[in-house]
Design a protein around this ligand. Structure first.
Ligand code: GLU
Length: 474
């Protein structure tokens, strides 16, 4: 069998959309599963909308997800001359023709179609122009586009996901392959590049399904082997609408910034449209490579379920080595934006915080959202907590207890707890009354992991400084 060669072909007109990332993942998994090649082609032929920063961002996001092209990245814009050459080949062989209509004339045709409530289809007025007229127009320097001549009949293919798929050629417009300014369009560029890159399988979103018959017709007209096609289901949001950035983040990089682990996002995106045989939900990349098969790819759209992503991510956080999490946390944009500079803390400290918090984290950003106080002294104290716990009869006792803490030598979880309980017992108050205040003064909050664990990690100086500040302010 020939080598399996697949490609992911994003247009750098935006960041890497999670839907695009999912397409890339299916290509990548298929290539790895079949010992084939995974290639990346940046489709940057639109000079106005393509941005090199966006190409870089896409590549960065791909790298972050662990998908690196097996051959040098192809930049489509560098192949424009070749695309033109092939367009001219189609022109010469009579599979394409010059269409001399002006933009205004086409607009007029479009309006008529609209008025008649039928889909616009180019009326082929230029198809049968006599040779002399063509010569005359060319001599006059009239601009023309090159249109592909769609033959009669039916175009059928066996889509790996959808099965037999057929299109009536009469529904297909004689589409433009080269604009009047001489620039080739996507439809031909993609065919030429896929052919030149020896792509065996084109795996892409369902939104490209209607392009496929046009592309197959071009392969045939050129006498080239038609690759296999697999069209992947679309991804919808929980309201069954197209994923939209108004409702969910859609940029892969944004998930990174929000504290998702790349392996978790990879796992989650793979399950959008693919279910491994055992229906497992937390599946490593290595396993996914082994299990991946188009037989278990859904035809129907998949729903992007944020809760499931959070759950998968929390599972990965729990199972990721703390040292690795430290490295990721140190590079976190979110922590930096919130004024947390982890380089000021020792790895031992950060590691103790992460180990204590691990069970509660959905994302690494929760390290800040739930545990900000480990890295910053509280500036404010939960108001309800103050009203509820900072009450007259306890105030002097808490002050007294804080003095004891300052002089306490055995700063360890068990001894701290024992000390507090004995103190409470002697004063005939509930330990909880002191515990609430200890938590409030040290964290500013009314909820946290076990407070003795918290202050054991924070250490004596930091704890006492916080209590001192609390007493000054309240
Ligand atoms: N560049 C196209 C896109 O970003 C993909 C082309 C293809 O996969 O055939 O939608």
């Amino acid at each position: 069998m020939n080598e399996i060669r697949v490609r992911f072909a994003p247009s750098p007109t935006g960041f890497l959309h999670v839907g695009g990332a999912r397409t890339a993942i299916f290509n990548w998994l298929y290539a790895r599963n079949k010992n084939g090649k995974f290639l990346l082609r940046i489709e940057d032929t639109d000079p106005e909308r393509s941005k090199s920063e966006l190409s870089e961002q896409i590549i960065r996001s791909m790298n972050w997800l662990g998908m690196i092209a097996d051959e040098p990245i192809v930049y489509q814009a560098l192949n424009i001359e070749r695309h033109k050459q092939v367009a001219l080949m189609l022109l010469e062989s009579g599979n394409a023709y010059r269409a001399f209509e002006t933009a205004e004339e086409l607009e007029e045709q479009r309006k008529i179609a609209q008025r008649n409530k039928v889909p616009f289809k180019y009326n082929r007025a230029s198809l049968n122009l006599p040779e002399v007229t063509i010569k005359k127009y060319l001599a006059e320097g009239r601009p023309y586009a090159v249109r592909f001549r769609v033959p009669e009949g039916i175009t059928e293919f066996d889509d790996i996901v959808h099965g037999k798929t057929s299109f009536k050629n009469s529904d297909i417009d004689d589409f433009v392959i080269m604009r009047s300014d001489g620039s080739p369009v996507y439809m031909i560029a993609v065919v030429v590049d896929d052919y030149d890159m020896k792509i065996s399988h084109i795996i892409r979103g369902d939104d490209h399904l209607s392009n496929t018959p046009k592309q197959i017709l071009m392969y045939r007209a050129l006498g080239w082997n038609v690759p296999e096609f697999a069209h992947l289901p679309m991804i919808l949001d929980e309201e069954k609408k197209k994923l939209s950035k108004r409702r969910n983040p859609v940029s892969t990089e944004e998930y990174k910034d929000k504290g998702y682990l790349p392996e978790a996002l990879f796992n989650f995106l793979t399950l959008l449209g693919f279910a491994p045989e055992n229906n497992a939900e937390v599946v490593s990349k290595e396993e996914l490579i082994k299990l991946f098969t188009f037989e278990r790819v859904n035809k129907k759209s998949a729903v992007f379920d944020m809760k499931k992503l959070n759950w998968i991510n929390s599972e990965y956080i729990r199972n990721t080595d703390t040292n690795e999490l430290i490295v990721i946390a140190k590079g976190s944009k979110y922590l930096a934006e919130n004024g947390i500079d982890l380089s000021k803390f020792t790895d031992v400290y950060i590691s103790s915080v992460i180990m204590l918090m691990k069970e509660r984290l959905n994302t690494l950003n929760d390290l800040y959202d739930f545990g900000e106080y480990f890295f910053k002294d509280p500036e404010n104290y939960d108001e309800k907590g103050i009203v509820k716990y900072w009450v007259a009869e306890i105030k002097p006792l808490f002050r007294e207890f804080s003095k004891e803490l300052e002089n306490f030598k055995h700063w360890s979880l068990l001894e701290l707890e024992e000390k507090l309980r004995i103190f409470a017992e002697n004063r005939q108050i509930k330990a909880a009354q002191l515990i609430h205040l200890l938590r409030l003064s040290v964290t500013g909050k009314t909820v946290s992991p076990g407070i003795f664990e918290v202050i054991e990690i924070m250490g004596k100086d930091s704890t006492n400084r916080r209590i001192y500040n609390f007493l000054q302010k309240n």
